[in-house]
Ligand binder design. Sequence first.
Ligand code: APR
Ligand code: PHB
Length: 390
Amino acid sequence: MRTQVVIIGAGPAGLMLSHLLHRQGVASLVLERRSVEYVLGRIRAGVLEQVTTDLLREIGVDAGMARDGLKHEGFCLALDGDMFRIDMHDLTGGKSVMVYGQTQVTKDLVEAFAARPGELIFGAENVTLHDIAGHAPSVTYEKDGRIHQVMCDYIAGCDGYHGVCRASLPAHAGRAFERAYPFGWLGILADVPPCHEELIYSNHERGFALASMRSPTRSRYYVQVPSDEDLAEWPDSRLWDELATRLGPEVAPCIQTGPSIEKSIAGLKSFVFEPMRYGKLFLAGDAAHIVPPTGAKGLNLAMSDVKLLSRALIARYAEGTETELEQYSARALARVWKAERFSWWFTSITHRFPTMDAFDRKMQMAELAYIRGSRAAQAVMAENYVGLPI
Ligand code: APR
Ligand code: PHB
């Protein structure tokens, strides 16, 4: 079989890339190792920047977002329960974010393949890349007991941090930059109304907490825990009590509790692989970079990568030039590093680090007090939160 672009991974990056290419007549095939149930069952974050909402509208997959998405024009920061608001809309000349779960985004993108049979394959095992530095790249995979080979011009590695694409690169192909954080996020999803109409990021002496939501009847909360924390130590009741403490006296009475429908601990990491291209292989999304979830940048970075990559591939087939493909890695990394910086900074001013001393804590408190009192500092924060231009 032959196609123009083989896309490895049916996460938001791979799915969106395939739809963007399809709209401009570029053929692609998406190969996903897992089942559709697995892909749609993952609970992830849910704050969409303008770049992401624009792409969903561009490919006509915005009905769900239009129906269930919550437009947020601000968010709150709290220091030991003392809360203040960042008015993004006012500080950025009218910009906002959309609260709409990544799980829902992925579902909408998968459903849009109903009109494109055979172009998205789940259960594609042992995906292997061939001749990625040569002139005849191809991909093989196993399905239904048979080995299938797909010849192509380019391969898009959208297979996440643990995928085969970056792992297939020779040692000299690039360099990784990494920072692991000495704590994790314990997240809970519950069918209870949110405690506040906007998100609350709380820096508390007992650790970070975040109040978020999926809808007016479904809430998502997180508390910072040690990275080796045992989930069994956190029955729902303990988690609700801890949230009330960390979110503070103003918010605590507004927290409606209920049974968790999902509860898990995720580690925090900053990771970037440079360059995001090797021969005919182009990396996008988590395959090339990871951000701590504090700034809600993971999905949005994956989307800005595929916006750039799709434009470059479309130009290649429409105009026969590889200029934009040659610029892809540098252009994508320029935005990636800024989002890495914002996510690392936001994490550093809102979390308790085990090695922190009293002076470090005072520095955090002073930084938050400065943001509270400075329109300029708030504007910097808002500009990064709504998403920097591509
Ligand atoms: N063969 C085929 N598919 C693979 C392979 C493989 N060897 N390895 C991984 N995959 C699939 C995974 O099963 C997953 O469905 O690639 C997909 C990668 O999807 P994501 O991890 O969601 O990555 P991406 O599309 O880049 O989305 C980034 O996801 O994790 C969040 O915070 C992150 O929001 C960000 C977004
Ligand atoms: C979420 O709703 O899951 C969420 C929101 C904002 C973040 C991280 C996660 O910064």
